[in-house]
Design a protein around this ligand. Structure first.
Ligand code: ATP
Length: 659
């Protein structure tokens, strides 16, 4: 999808991230390295909070999901089985002028006039050419500095090139024979194209090039030209996105390994081991958070497309629909489940602090749910989670991939998009992947990936013959389709599919999977974009000034509470403030700040997104009467309202607010 250029809002966000230490360029002192980012003190806290909340909601608060932390480098066969070695590639093009690299399918389509040049000659050699080649060319002067040559009607480019080549050989001419094209977008004159062409030929050694124009063509929605300068792009080449390395000291083919491009495959490879040790039964899930690496052709939009990033992935293993039907007598219709169970609530909350209530309820999964209901359940579950950490429903979109967009093994894929300042873009993909992954690992490793389901075995024995036949046939056909798609020979596929169907009757099957796969860094960027806001607040003299506030939901805010003594030079205030800081620290991330005017200190915390500020003043010390002794002011970042609270009540009150 083509993306628009960064907006000024994005620039403000990037600059705030750097200034306040959320995110900055990796290796900045050496000029940075494209596609790699570091998280500073605030960013690191924010990221940890988000990952912890995901982990908690996925595993610790559920009965049916367990965790895994696998290595980044794995056996290279894993990537053959998953298809990454052969197909994980993107089409790449380069600008012929600047060498800038693009993903061919993401070049912004453009319309206008394309000018095609056969080559160029030095202006000094002009005279020669005029004398020698006047039967072939016209000389056109389109502007003071933009002489160009145009073929006469009837002359062919080939004849002219041959002629020029002869002249060059006879040392009469500086001629560059590289063809080139430039697009002048609608409304732009030919000069703009000539200017770019000049640069192209200057790069090739001509001091003062005169271009040989051989054609002008109207183009519509073309992705063949660099949107930044109109220069022609190279033909697309496929480029594998995996980072390659070598295991051990010898850099030979047999020692090649890859940095994982996703965390999911480790889950599939360890599926049987985890199943055994966790004493789980299908349906259940395995989740993992970890680094992934993709040698993206064109990292862009800040951290949105990086080369090193983190993923939070769940593989939720389910029974195939035939097994569900055998056990429950039916497969529940997904649409009906949500129609019957969901009470829709509209969330009209604008700001995350008030928008944490999920807008929909999700029904509890039932034994008669097939893949469709399980998939929908996870889509809803994930949206609810995003809402719970401060992205309101209205900021998200659900994109159901169309049939022709689906990967060949996927039955359905939903992308959850966030409305970034540069457009609505994917945060997470939730795919129903059938039994593709485990089947692939079974074939490539030779190890069985199927499970035995005693419930299915018992249920199968109770089925009548017609039902057995029908379910067995459906399972057989699905297995056969997969094997044929994978290029397994017809005879072997037929035999294997038969065996698989017989296995189902005995309670064996390869589990199917629903995969919610989210990117941590994209989510952090979405949360930062959503939190960024500007409003007007009075400065110390009461004049209104623009205040930048990061309105993070308190549960993800890097710092939960800031503690301030009203004045730095009053030891009693400072000591009391430090006491309060030490009281809060075991429970919450606290920032203590005594430097500068109190208003400035509030502003600094507003920019850091700290939801609460506690100020210790003379009332706290009991100097304004005994009734206010040991109370503090508690300031709310969003409303800027202050209330007086007893020190003894601070911990439970704040813990309640930041949940
Ligand atoms: P895209 O189409 O944007 O390249 P994808 O569909 O290839 O993404 P998946 O392979 O489904 O992405 O990966 C799951 C998630 O991992 C994505 O939804 C995204 O949040 C994250 N992700 C993928 N590639 C990157 C990247 N280069 N930088 C940051 N996050 C990424």
């Amino acid at each position: 999808m083509a993306e628009s250029k960064e907006t000024p809002l994005m620039e403000k966000i990037v600059s705030l991230c750097k200034r306040r230490g959320f995110i900055f360029q990796s290796s900045e002192i050496y000029g940075g390295i494209n596609g790699f980012w570091d998280y500073g003190p605030l960013g690191a806290e924010l990221k940890r909070n988000v990952k912890e909340l995901w982990w908690r909601s996925m595993t610790q608060q559920r009965e049916d999901v367990v965790g895994l932390e696998a290595s980044i480098i794995m056996h290279p066969k894993i990537w053959e089985a998953s298809g990454h070695t052969s197909t994980f590639s993107d089409p790449m093009v380069d600008c012929l002028l600047t060498k800038k690299r693009f993903r061919a399918d993401q070049v912004e389509p453009q319309s206008g006039n394309a000018y095609h040049f056969l080559g160029a000659i030095n202006k000094d050699d002009f005279l020669h050419l005029l004398l020698d080649s006047s039967e072939h060319i016209d000389v056109r002067d389109e502007g003071a500095t933009s002489f160009h040559l145009q073929l006469k009607t009837g002359a062919t480019g080939k004849e002219l090139t041959a002629r020029l080549e002869n002249l060059r050989r006879a040392s009469k001419l500086s001629f560059c024979p590289d063809p080139f094209s430039v697009l002048a977008t609608v409304g732009k004159p030919i000069e703009s194209a000539l200017k770019v062409a000049r640069q192209f030929y200057e790069q090739r050694g001509l001091k003062d090039p005169t271009m040989i124009l051989v054609g002008k063509e109207k183009v519509e929605n073309s992705q063949r030209f660099n949107p930044e300068n109109g220069a022609l792009l190279t033909e697309p080449r496929q480029f594998n996105l995996m980072f390659k390395t070598y295991v051990g000291p010898v850099e030979s083919e047999e020692n090649v390994a890859y940095l994982r491009p996703e965390t999911a495959q480790a889950i599939f490879a360890q599926f049987k081991t985890v199943l055994e040790v966790s004493r789980q039964k299908i349906p259940f899930g395995i989740c993992q958070i970890g680094k992934a690496f993709r040698n993206e052709i064109n990292p862009r939009n800040f951290t949105f497309r990086s080369r090193e990033f983190e993923q939070m992935e769940l593989e939720f293993f389910i029974k195939p629909d035939e097994a569900v039907e055998a056990i429950s007598g039916r497969v529940a219709n997904a649409a009906d489940i949500w129609k019957e169970n969901i009470e829709h609530r509209t969330s009209n909350a604008e700001h995350p602090t008030s928008g944490s209530q999920p807008s929909t309820l999700n029904p509890q999964p039932q034994p008669d749910w097939g893949w469709e209901a399980r998939h929908k359940y996870w889509v809803q579950e994930r949206i609810r989670w995003y809402e719970s950490i401060g992205l309101p429903r209205a900021s998200l979109e659900e994109y159901w991939q169309k049939k022709d967009e689906l990967a060949h093994y996927a039955r359905a894929t939903v992308d959850i998009l966030y409305k970034f300042p540069f457009g609505a873009q994917e945060l997470e993909g939730i795919a129903a992947r059938g039994d593709f992954d485990l089947s692939q690992h079974q074939r490539f490793s030779g190890k069985p990936m199927g499970v035995f389901d005693d419930e299915l075995k018992a249920a199968w024995a109770r089925l009548d013959e017609t039902k057995k036949k029908e379910l067995g046939q459906r399972y057989h056909d699905a297995r056969l389709k997969y094997l044929a798609q994978m290029g397994v020979a017809a005879e072997e596929s037929a035999k294997q599919a038969r065996e698989d169907a017989d296995g189902l009757a005995r309670g064996n099957y390869i589990p199917h999977v629903i995969e919610p796969s989210a990117g941590v860094d994209r989510l952090i960027l979405a949360l930062i974009c959503h939190a960024y806001s500007e409003d007007q607040a009075p400065d110390e003299k009461g004049h209104l000034e623009t205040r930048v506030v990061m309105r993070f939901h308190p549960c993800i805010a890097p710092i939960k509470v800031a503690v301030f003594p009203l004045l730095k030079n009053k030891p009693d205030l400072v000591n009391k403030a430090k006491e309060v800081r030490d009281l809060l620290r075991p429970h919450l991330t606290v920032f203590y700040d005594e430097a500068g005017a109190i208003g400035r200190r509030y502003r600094r915390q507003d920019e850091a997104g700290t939801p609460f500020g506690v100020t210790i003043d003379f009332e706290t010390l009991g100097e304004k009467g005994p009734e206010l002794k040991d109370t503090v002011t508690l300031r709310d970042r969003d409303s800027m309202k202050q209330e007086r609270v007893k020190i003894g009540e601070l911990v439970p009150l704040l813990l309640e607010k930041v949940r």
